[in-house]
Design a protein around this ligand. Structure first.
Ligand code: DX5
Ligand code: ZN
Length: 218
């Protein structure tokens, strides 16, 4: 499977986010991971659809929007209009309507993702696996960059990949998010994740291109 690297702009320069995403593209990133936080689903507040609108002209890379927000369905259209290519919503925030949320996102002709927090079983994504374009396993508790990778995430990724194979979607994108570095990326890939989010590892690196390549296993 193609390994895709999605640096998270949570660790980027908020005063120069256009230049930040251009730099990511210039250094070989595959996606721009946009961590949207509402101060309710998670304590911090980061940015909303307007940030997506403003960075859109600076990159042709897919904008991979991770909505850490309550009632994400009500926010979808704003992010679609702003230029999001992928919108990922939390199973925990869509209590009884994850499939409906995914269908709503897909109705705009963009990709739909579903995500679970570390304390939520990967089984909460099994129904979504039938229609989602991407599944996301949080390998840190959402809200902050720079945290330590939760090693139990590897088993979740493996079980989720095995489930995708079982239902006849072996190539479904599985993204992992949080605490991934060049040191643990090989185990993340081996477990079955093929889309890797990295914030600190990319933005703290002295050589962004080399770090992105290392995360990809090159
Ligand atoms: C946390 C975010 C992650 C985080 C990753 O809520 O969803 O994307 O920014 O950052 P690092 O790679 O620094 O753990
Ligand atoms: Zn994220």
């Amino acid at each position: 499977m193609t390994i895709k690297i999605a640096p998270s702009i949570l660790a980027g320069d908020y005063a120069h986010m256009g230049e930040t995403v251009k730099k990511l593209q210039d250094n070989g990133a595959d996606y721009v991971h946009c961590d949207v936080m509402d101060g309710n689903f998670v304590p911090p507040i980061t940015f909303g659809a307007q940030m997506i609108e403003h960075i859109r002209p600076y990159t042709s890379l897919p904008l991979d929007c991770h909505l850490m927000v309550l009632d994400p369905v009500s926010r979808v259209e704003d992010f679609v209009r702003a230029g999001a290519d992928i919108i990922t919503v939390h199973a925990e925030a869509c209590k009884d309507g994850l499939l409906g949320a995914l269908k709503h996102i897909k109705s705009f002709g963009i990709k739909a993702g579903a995500v679970v927090n570390p304390e939520t079983s990967e089984e909460a994504l099994f129904s979504a696996a039938e229609i989602a374009d991407m599944l996301l396993i949080m390998s840190v508790h959402p809200g902050w960059g720079g945290q330590k990778f939760i090693t139990e995430s590897l088993g979740k990724i493996e079980r989720l990949r095995n489930y995708c194979v079982k239902i006849g979607r072996p190539g479904l994108d599985i993204e992992v998010d949080g605490g991934v570095t060049a040191d643990n990326a090989a185990s993340v890939r081996a477990a079955g994740a093929n889309v890797i989010v990295a914030g600190s590892a990319v933005f703290r690196s002295a050589n962004m291109r080399a770090t992105i390549e290392a995360l990809r296993g090159e």
